[in-house]
Ligand binder design. Structure first.
Ligand SMILES: [Zn+2]
Length: 104
């Protein structure tokens, strides 16, 4: 993996890969086209460009998550996912909030 991914792995403090059942949340697969949306106001924030897991998306440095409009900054691995409008959460405890299915 890249240096960025290693840094991000340290940030969320898991030293092992996401294959353990207790980390199942991080293994959730999001298909291309999934929209990450704010859990507070419902604002769509990022589109998933390639099939990716929760861990991939949380650690993304802007290559998987495409901002839906120009007011949204590219995601980078050092920033938590949050709504640019209301600051609402897009990520919590292994789950991402999507436009299509809510907390997934
Ligand atoms: Zn919001």
């Amino acid at each position: 993996m890249t240096n960025e991914a290693e840094h991000a792995g340290r940030k969320i403090d898991h030293s092992q890969t996401v294959t353990e059942p207790k980390n199942a949340g991080f293994d959730t697969v999001f298909p291309p086209g999934t929209i990450l949306a704010c859990s507070g106001c419902g604002e769509g924030l990022y589109k998933v460009l390639t099939r990716a897991t929760t861990a991939d998306l949380v650690m993304d440095d802007g290559t998987i998550l495409q901002p839906l409009n120009i007011t949204i900054p590219p995601h980078d691995a050092w920033k938590s996912l949050a709504c640019v409008k209301c600051g609402g959460r897009v990520y919590k405890t292994g789950k991402l909030h999507t436009l299509q299915t809510g907390w997934t």
